[in-house]
Structure formats: C-alpha cells, structure tokens
Design a protein around this ligand. Sequence first.
Ligand code: ADP
Ligand code: MG
Ligand code: ZN
Length: 618
Amino acid sequence: MKKERRNVRKTNPYYGFLLGILIVLFLNGMVFPRFGKGRIVTTDYGNFISLVDSGRVKDVMIKSNQIFFTALAENGEVRTYQTGEINDPKLVDRLLEAKSPNADGKIAFNEIVPQENSPILNFLLMWVLPGLIFYLIWRQASKSIQNRLGSGGNFMSFGNSGAKIYADADVKTTFADVAGQDEAKDTLREIVDFLHNPRKYTEIGASLPKGALLVGPPGTGKTLIARAVAGEAKVPFFAISGSEFVQMFVGMGAAKVRDLFKQANEKAPCIIFIDEIDAIGKKRDNGFSGNDEREQTLNQLLTEMDGFDGRKGVVILAATNRPETLDKALLRPGRFDRRIQMELPDLEGRKAILRVHLTHVKHEEIDLDIVARATAGSSGAELANMVNEAALRAVRLGRTQVTTADLEESVETVIAGAQKKNKVISADEKKIVAYHEIGHALVAALQTNSAPVHKITIIPRTSGALGYTMQVDEGEQLLMNRDTLFNRIVTFTGGRAAEEVVLHTVTTGASNDIEQATRLARAMITRYGMSDRYDMMGLETVNNAYLGGDTSLTCSGETAADIDREVLRLIQEAHQKARDLISSHLEVMHQAAAYLMERETITGEEFMRILRQAQASQ
Ligand code: ADP
Ligand code: MG
Ligand code: ZN
C-alpha cells in the first residue's frame, strides 16, 4: 500500500489541476464582443449622442457598462467606436427615433447580457476547486512528513490527529535482555501473565492495575524493560514519548491521546507505553503560567484511563525520572497505581549487565569482578556504553577480541574522558600532578575505613583532569558511618595538602577536590545529621533525586550562615589531618612520586609495595 502512495507523489496530480484553472479563468476574462473590424476608437458619450442625432450611427451594442457602435465617418468609411455608458434613461428613445444610414433607416441596437457561467460551474470554481487544491496540498505535505519518518517493518499507523503513532506488532526484546532489576521483573511478570491469559484473572473477578509507572534514574533500563514486557507478552506495543503529545496547537495533544486509546482498545490486548511522562504529567498547580495544551492533554489522559475497561487487556506503562513532579491525580488508584522502582545496579547487577552486553561482542575471558567494582554508581546505559567503547578500542589496536584491559580502559574513558596522550606537560607541572595524586593515594592508604587505591595515573584526560587516583571498594557499601565520610573528605584534601607540604605551593588542580569535599561536608551536616550542633535536624531537601540531586535549604538565613561555618570547620579539620599524614610520610611521598613520574600510570599494588617497604625500613 505504501508503494502505491509513493508513486502518486511522483506524478504530482494537482499541477495539472492548477494549469486547468488558469486556462478557465483566462478564457472567462476574455469574453468581449467581436464588433466590427479594425481599430476601435474611444470617444465620449456626448460625441456618441451627437453622432446618433446626426443620423450617422449604424449599429449600437450595449455591453454591461460599455457601448460599442459603428458610424459613418465623413469620408464614408464605417468606423467602430467605444464609449462608456452613462445612466441615460432616454437613450433607447433616442436610438429608436434617430435616423440611420442603414437600409431600413433605423439604428440596429441590442444589449448583450454579460456571459454568465452556469451556476454549477461557478460553484465548482469558487468552492470545490480551492477546497480540492488545499486538500491535495495537505495530503501531499502529510505524506512527505510520513515518508521522512519512514520506517518499514511491522508498523501499523493510525490516528486522525495529524501525527502518526506507531504500534510495534513484533517486539523482539525480552526480559533476558534486561539484566538485574529482578524486583521490577517480578512485578511486570504478573502483567505479562495477565496479557497472556486474562481469563484467569477475570474469572475470579480481579482486574489488574491499569497502569504501572517505571521510576528511576536515567539509563537504568526503564524504556528497555517496557519493551521487554511487550516482547514477553507478544502483544502490540504502542510507544510514544510524553513530549510528542505537547503540540503547537491547543487540543491536538488531547486528540492524540484519544486516538491512542481508541486504537489500543481495538488492538487489545496490547501495551501503551508513555515514555518521559513528566512532559505532560506535571502538577497542575502553577496557577498563572498554566500551559493550556499540556493541561488539556493531561486531563484527556486521566479521562481515558478512567474510561476504559481494565479487563479488556490494555496495560499502560509509563516511565519518568522525575516522579516527584507528577500530578497526584495520575498516581491515584485506578490510574498509575503500581510504581516500579528501577535503581542503579549494585555490584551483582553491574556484573549481570556487563555479561548481557558482552554477549554481543567477541571477547576473551574477562574479569567481570574487577570491572564491576570499578564502576560503582554507573547506570546500565553507561555500562553498555563501556562495553562498546572497549570493543572499539580492541579494533583500534588491531585485535579481534575484547580483553579485560580494554574494558578497564573504557571504564576510565566513560568516567574521566579519553586519554590525551599528545598533550605536552612541562616537567614542573608533571611533578606537581604526581605529588598531588600521590598525596590522595597516601592519605587514602593510611586511613582505615577508606577504599583501597586501585590505580594512579598522571596521563591527562579529555575531561580536563591532569591525573587521578582511582579507589575501588571491596564490595558494596550501603551504609556509611561518620568516620568513613570524614576520611573521604581527608582524602579529597590530600592532593592539595601534598602540594603545600612538599612543594610549598597551591594550584588550581584541586578545584574538583574542593567541590566534592564541600558537597560531602555539607551533606553530613544538613542531611545526615552528623554534626553535634544540629543533631538530627534536617536542613536541606533533595530536589531531583534521580537527576543530579540538587538541594535546597529549608532553614532560616541565620542558620544557613552558621551551617557555612560548620562546614568550614569540618573541612579545616580534615585538611589538617591530611597535612599531618603527609608530613609524617615524606619519604614515601618522594619515592612514590618519582616512580609515578617515570611510569605515568601505576597500579594500587605497586603503590602499596612502595608504602610497605618504606614503613618496614623505618
Ligand atoms: P532509561 O529509559 O531508564 O533512561 P534505557 O532503557 O533507555 O534507560 O536504557 C538505555 C540502554 O542502557 C539500554 O538500551 C540498554 O542497552 C542499557 N541498559 C540499561 N539498563 C540495562 C539493564 N538492566 N540490562 C541491560 N541493559 C541495560
Ligand atoms: Mg528512557
Ligand atoms: Zn585531586
């Protein structure tokens, strides 16, 4: 069916139409009397009357507001004249009375009624044709949009709201493609079972939740798992992004929602998936700056969700990473009453995700444990990206298989940017960077409760980092105590402390450390209740937990100023501890820094060996 349509587009049928109309109009305008031969002389009405009275006029023809006439000139020639008509009621009498050179002595005169098109033709020209033209142009335009979106395969398009929504009839994704997220899968399995076998549920009188809301940070597989539900249930999958509902014209989004549900009802059992639902589902409370289009769309969605029969087998999934902004009405029972939490993967989850994505690339035996431990806090999307980066690196290095080293390097690429090997760094700067990084590593190693050093490098990265020290936790840490957090701040300050104590200088290299140390110290006081002064009083709230987690203060200005002092005190204490640790281990500092300058990248074990040797010889 598509093919035929495309052919039509090539022949452009309405150009012929346009040409046709032009010709018709042109002919219409050309209707005028062919009266006499030769030149037509224009003259005034007075002259016309005097010619009539003098008996020289032969024929007169009155056409709408013009008069054409022929008269005998002085030299006996017949000439054709033209003059404007004046509303002269006596004209006819004059013409009847006047003499004429004609054989019967009378002027031959008549009036031409302007040629009128038949009313039917007029109607066609005035109303039908323009309509037809607009229709053709509109169809052409919407077709070319559709072609541009063009996608073959198993799509059924529908909708009369202008834009198309597609249902994927044959989703290939299954739960096997989604690693970890076992709780989410368990909840969704019930929905899959319902779609397979609704009778089991309806017989007992149960109706399943109409909607489930997938909530979690970006890249945790919300979109992926929604597709997997459709793939498992083998039902059509209507996927649309919330932002697609928000149209230029008020009412279009609501029409689209109506279309979507109408079509879904016909295709039931099926799944409707609204991705990034926060685009339309925001709270409707911001009085003045209300967005009519969004609100109408949301209202329509609420109405449709209430309206359809939960037993029919239409399940609505939606995803968002800003659940706190959603309108309460969306979350009440009977709408999105199931909430499925998608969390950042833990150690086992990360291993599982790496395993899933490694099945797509050729690889050697890979030490998943080491990679998974180095990627704490990474999302599934980031892990997928790391595997791909590793494969690219293997190709770059002319290998046919991905190795553990490839994967370790790509982890750093995703976290800190690619290596900038050819960036020239002066010997002085290299020395500062080396001492700075060894400072971090030494402070970390000398404290209990802090993660072991995994790697130290002074190869610059595209992110701007001139070097970094990587610490990798042994296992998953779910709870942090005050000492652990304080030791972290000490470690952050270790780089700067090394610059100060060893090189008697301070550089801009510590800017990132300062940021992180401050954020952590603040959180300890305002959110974790770890200061004596404020006890368990909450002083800050987190706004977008899943998107960066920016915070806002909930206390008075006075308290805010006092918090600043408290934060400063904590950081000063940590900084002093770092300086003390470094001052008392200068020998190790020099040895390790020299070793690092020579190698540029050293492992945690190499560093620990130097440290242990120095401690043994003391
Ligand atoms: P979200 O919608 O939560 O932002 P996506 O579902 O779009 O995240 O995930 C992006 C990509 O990340 C997926 O296509 C997949 O390759 C990968 N991914 C994320 N989570 C997982 C997971 N649990 N298992 C396997 N792959 C995952
Ligand atoms: Mg998504
Ligand atoms: Zn640093």
